[in-house]
Design a protein around this ligand. Structure first.
Ligand code: SAM
Length: 400
């Protein structure tokens, strides 16, 4: 659907306008999540430090030393049980709170996405592969408790999963708009870090793996306007939705439906291969395949750079226990704890990267840290804030 006044396509991300009741519900869910993730989580840590740990010390003459030890003692605590069930329910409610408005506007959104794909007003592209085999780690479960996961299609040219991800994502994050910039998001923070810390590096082609609806790619176009940016994902509805957003924003992003373990791009054809919140959803075997594939795609001097949850070796055991909540049936992310137990440098080495090329750091959240502080951090004059509640991002990877 093209705007009559201009050649700009309509804004797919502004279609599913909630009714007053739906808006109230979404506001409640955002506030509940914040309460669970900030207030209750703080009280739970205090319960551990002030009561659970001293009692354990007295009884066993040692502190619970690993995330698993801590889980064993914490899962009997009333506060943990309340926090855990509220968190689970809030997660389910995130998606439920946007379903009605998405369903109501689905035909219009499908039309906008179809039209964007036909006209490509921003000069990007959308390449779908209906025969792509969806990996079992996506098709066999509802990751993040989102009904239908990332890939399901209920009607022709469906965008529903993309819409639920994007609109639900706003509720999840408490109001960030799904638009260009995604302030403080991972894409913006990593792109700004690369620009500040490596001003001589001028990437010409950038690839985001598991790009979902593509929000992390837009900041790369701000920071590197000359670069060609690509996003791959296995979920067609996400890519259709993302392509429509990019078209509306006049951003030439190239989306394709591919498995990141086996891509159809040429050898040595990218300068940056990146991802965020992606690797922990793969079995470790697949992570190694993705790293090897990224190695094949990178030009000499290019960089593979991933944002992820920090591994256990980088956090205290309590925070390790806290992060691992998402594993298994809690948030349907079965490989989460396994991934966080890996040695990231060793994984890169096994996939063909030189040991001396390994990179690992905390990158401050560009949106909340402030530009001057961020520049000071990149110059080595200021440390990054501690990981937690989006204050900084754990980043690792390797130069090719
Ligand atoms: C948790 S989401 C992360 C999305 C996005 N990168 C972000 O930061 O919000 C993981 C994404 O990876 C995609 N995905 C999972 N396995 C994949 C694979 N083997 N190849 C490509 N995409 C995959 C999923 O469809 C989903 O969109």
């Amino acid at each position: 659907m093209l705007d009559q006044s201009t050649t700009r396509s309509s804004d797919i991300s502004a279609q599913a306008v909630p009714t007053q009741m739906e808006e109230a519900r979404q506001g409640f869910v955002s506030a509940l999540r914040k309460h669970v993730m900030v207030d209750l989580a703080g009280e739970m840590r205090a319960d551990f430090e002030q009561d659970v740990k001293p009692k354990h010390l007295k009884k066993h003459r040692s502190e619970p030393a690993t995330p698993r030890d801590i889980k064993k003692v914490m899962e009997h605590r009333t506060l943990y049980r309340m926090w855990s069930s509220l968190r689970y329910n809030a997660q389910e409610m995130v998606w439920a709170s946007v379903l009605d408005s998405v369903e109501r506007k689905l035909p219009e959104m499908i039309k906008i996405a179809r039209d964007a794909a036909k006209h490509n007003p921003a000069g990007g592209s959308l390449r779908l592969s209906p025969d792509l085999e969806i990996p079992r780690y996506v098709s066999a479960l509802d990751v993040h408790l989102m009904p239908g996961c990332f890939h399901s299609e209920h009607t022709k040219d469906d965008v529903a999963q993309g819409a639920v991800q994007a609109y639900g994502g706003n509720v999840f994050r408490g109001g960030f708009r799904h638009r260009k910039g995604n302030p403080g998001g991972v894409g913006e923070s990593i792109a700004q870090y690369m620009k500040h810390a490596h001003p001589e590096f001028e990437p010409k082609r950038i690839l985001d793996l598991g790009c979902n609806t593509g929000k992390n790619l837009y900041p790369y176009l701000d920071v590197y306007p000359e670069a060609e940016v690509h996003g791959v994902d296995v979920g067609a509805p996400l890519l259709r939705f993302g392509h429509a957003v990019a078209s509306h924003e006049n951003l030439p992003v190239h989306f394709s439906q591919q498995n990141a373990e086996n891509l159809d791009f040429e050898d040595n054809s990218f300068d940056i291969v990146t991802s965020s919140f992606f690797l922990h959803e793969l079995p470790v075997k697949s992570t190694k395949a993705v790293f090897a594939e990224a190695r094949r795609l990178l030009r000499p001097g290019g960089i593979m750079i991933h944002m992820e949850l920090p591994p256990n070796s980088e956090v205290d055991p309590y925070y390790g226990f806290y992060l691992d909540w998402d594993t298994g049936p809690n948030n349907n992310e079965p490989f989460y704890a396994d991934f966080r137990n890996q040695d990231m440098a060793a994984l890169c080495k096994e996939s063909g990267y030189g040991t001396d090329k390994y990179v690992q750091l905390l990158v401050p959240n560009y949106g909340t840290f402030g530009e001057n502080n961020f520049a000071a951090f990149c110059n080595g004059d200021m440390p990054a804030p501690k990981h937690g509640n989006g204050a900084s991002w754990f980043v690792f990877g390797s130069w090719a």
